[in-house]
Design a protein around this ligand. Structure first.
Ligand SMILES: Nc1ncnc2c1ncn2[C@@H]1O[C@H](COP(=O)(O)OP(=O)(O)OP(=O)(O)O)[C@@H](O)[C@H]1O
Length: 247
């Protein structure tokens, strides 16, 4: 019986002989908020690529959910349907559409082609969109063209679009990049709120942001876990200090 929502076991991957991920093992619990930090090239993005099926490791296992499903045998689209959502660094909202329309498109409505043909906005969708907009702090911008949103607001909209699909695990890559201080604080609040009902894994370089997330931190270095625990705990670790100061 596997109690973790996601477990990576002893995974390795090499690119042209260079080990980007080296016997990496760790797990994420259901509903957990986790930050992953580490210097450039530590393997953070490659880890996300492996979980989402974009990159297949040379060795190891990636185990998902209470049924211990192996994600390595699944394609990217199947992994997304199993409940893994990924937020890339650059926002990719539909700029010409309003906030409302972007959220509507993202709703995971199971409609037959026939139903789509006769689709009318229904009260249920409207309520879900209102709740999502509230969750991402865009409730007063529903009719705004998405291209006119600030960088931070676009990022929140994209997070909202991912939440619309009700993932059990949300992977977020460097959300603080390019944000104002105020936007960062709102993003921290948003991610902490999101993690109340699902697991959220945040890759981030900004240490103030990570501190404000106030969650367990995993430090990656050369494709393995170097340290894990609270931010205070890992920043006192001599190996971590050495790596960050460029030993
Ligand atoms: N497709 C690829 N082909 C060759 N090398 C790659 C590939 N993807 C990643 N790498 C290398 O693997 C190592 C790990 O990269 P990765 O992007 O996962 O690190 P990271 O921790 O996300 O770094 P950063 O903080 O800079 O985003 C790097 O040395 C990178 O150059």
């Amino acid at each position: 019986m596997n109690e973790a929502l996601l477990e990576v076991r002893d995974i390795s991957v090499s690119f042209d002989g260079f080990k980007a991920i080296n016997a990496l093992s760790f797990s994420i619990a259901e509903g957990e908020l986790r930050a992953i930090i580490g210097p450039n090239g530590a393997g953070k993005t490659t880890f996300m690529d492996i979980v989402t099926g974009k990159t297949k490791p040379d060795a190891g296992e990636v185990i998902w959910g209470e049924k211990n499903v192996s994600l390595l045998k699944r394609q990217e689209s199947q992994i997304a349907r199993l409940g893994v959502g990924r937020k890339f660094q650059k926002p990719t909202v539909f700029e010409e559409q309003t906030v409302y329309e972007n959220l509507l498109m993202a709703l995971d409505n199971d409609r037959s082609p026939f139903a789509v043909l006769f689709y009318r906005h229904n009260e249920n969708d409207n309520q879900r969109i209102a709740a999502l907009a509230e969750e991402i702090g865009l409730q007063d911008h529903l009719e705004k063209r998405s291209g006119d949103l600030s960088h931070g607001q676009k990022q929140w909209l994209e997070i909202g679009m991912l939440l619309a699909q009700e993932p059990r695990l949300l992977l977020v890559d460097e959300p603080a990049a390019g944000m104002t201080l105020e936007e960062r604080q709102k993003t921290v609040d948003l991610l902490r709120r999101a993690a109340q009902t699902r697991a959220v894994v945040v890759v981030e370089h900004d240490m103030d942001f990570v501190r404000n997330l106030d969650c367990r931190v995993t430090v990656l270095h050369e494709g393995s876990v170097l340290a894990e625990g609270s931010l205070d705990h890992v920043t006192e670790n001599q190996d971590v200090i050495g790596v960050y100061l460029g030993r």
